[in-house]
Ligand binder design. Sequence first.
Ligand SMILES: NC(=O)C1=CN([C@@H]2O[C@H](COP(=O)(O)OP(=O)(O)OC[C@H]3O[C@@H](n4cnc5c(N)ncnc54)[C@H](O)[C@@H]3O)[C@@H](O)[C@H]2O)C=CC1
Ligand SMILES: O=C(CO)COP(=O)(O)O
Length: 340
Amino acid sequence: MAKISVLGAGSWGTALSVLLCDNGHEVILWSRRKEEADELREKREHVSKLPGVRLPDGMMFTSDLDEALPDRDLLVMAVPSIAARGLARRIGPGLPKGQLIVNVAKGIEEETLLTLSEQIEEEIPQADVAVLSGPSHAEEVGRKLPTTCVIGAHHKETAEILQNIFMSPVFRVYISPDILGIELGAALKNVIALAAGTADGLGYGDNTKAALITRGITEISRLGIAMGAKADTFYGLSGIGDLIVTCASVHSRNRKAGYLIGQGKTTEQAMEEVKMVVEGVYSAKAAIGLAEKYQVELPIISQVNKVLFQGKSPGEAVQELMLRDKKIESWDSRWEEKVN
Ligand SMILES: NC(=O)C1=CN([C@@H]2O[C@H](COP(=O)(O)OP(=O)(O)OC[C@H]3O[C@@H](n4cnc5c(N)ncnc54)[C@H](O)[C@@H]3O)[C@@H](O)[C@H]2O)C=CC1
Ligand SMILES: O=C(CO)COP(=O)(O)O
C-alpha cells in the first residue's frame, strides 16, 4: 500500500483517486476549495464533476496542503495545465529529495513552451517527476470501464513502481522512457479534437473526422520528432490512442467546445458553456510557438488558432485546408522528396 495525495479535485483527480483507493492505497484528495472538500466528504460523490461515481469510504479529503503533502510516497498532480507551475512553486520548498510526482494534466506553457513535467522539474528540482497519459476519460474510469494508459518516467524502476501502483484489472498501464513524446501527444491531441468537434458542429461527416485524426497525428508527430521525441510514441496510447478518443467521445470537453464553435459560438462562449477545463485552447497557442521554434509546418493547428483567436470562420478554415498545395502523403525514398 502506498500513501498518495491527489492534488486537484476536478473530474480526473477524483476518478484517479477512486482508482487508487480501489487498488488498496491510502488516498487523500486535495481541493483548493474548502467547500468542495467538505462536500465530497459529506456526499461521497463529486456531483458536479463526476456524478454517479461513489467515492470509497476510505478516501480522505482536505483543502489544506499541510495535511496533503507530508510523508507521501506519491503526489499526483491533477490541476489544469495553467495552474501546474503555480502549484508546483507553492509545494516545492517543503518536499523531500526524490519525492515521486506524477503529472496527469495535459498542456504546454505558452510563454516558455515547456511541457508540464519540465515546468514541475524547474520548480521542484529535487523531485522525481513522471507522467501518466492515454485515452482515459474520467467518466469511464470512474465507472471502472476497461482503460489503458502509459506512464513515462526517467528511470525504469520509477516507471515500474508507478505501474504497480496504478495498474488494476480495469486499468492497464504500459511504461515508456519517452516523457516528451507522451506529453506532446497529450497536449496537442486536444487542439486536433477542437478541430474534430468544429467539423461535427459544421455538420460534416465521418470522412472529415478520419481525415483530421490521420492528418492530425502526422502533424503532431512531425513536430514531436523535430523536438527529439520518439516516432513510435505518437502511434501509441498517448498519441493516436488519445487522439481517437478525444475526437470521438461524447465526454470530451475539447470536442464539445469545438462543436459549439462550429455551431457559431465564440471561443469564450464555448469555454463558458463547457464549464470544465478546455486545455486545447491554451495548447493551440503554445503549438504555434513550437512550430516557429522548430520550423515545422502545422496546417490544421494553424487554422484552429485562426478560428479560436482571430475570428476566422470555421468553414473558411476547412476550405483553406482542403485547397492547400498538392502533397505526397509521406516521404518515400523512391521519390526522394521531402513532404509536409
Ligand atoms: N477529465 C478527464 O477525463 C481527463 C482530464 N485530464 C487532464 O487533467 C487535467 C485536469 O482536468 P479535469 O480534472 O478534467 O478538470 P476539471 O475542469 O474537471 O476540474 C479542474 C479542477 O481544478 C481546480 N483548479 C483550477 N485552478 C486551480 C489551481 N490554481 N489550483 C488548484 N486547483 C485548481 C478547479 O477548482 C477544478 O476543480 C487537465 O489538464 C485535463 O486535460 C487528463 C485525462 C482525462
Ligand atoms: O484527455 C482526455 C481523455 O484522455 C480528456 O479530454 P477532454 O479534456 O477533451 O475531455
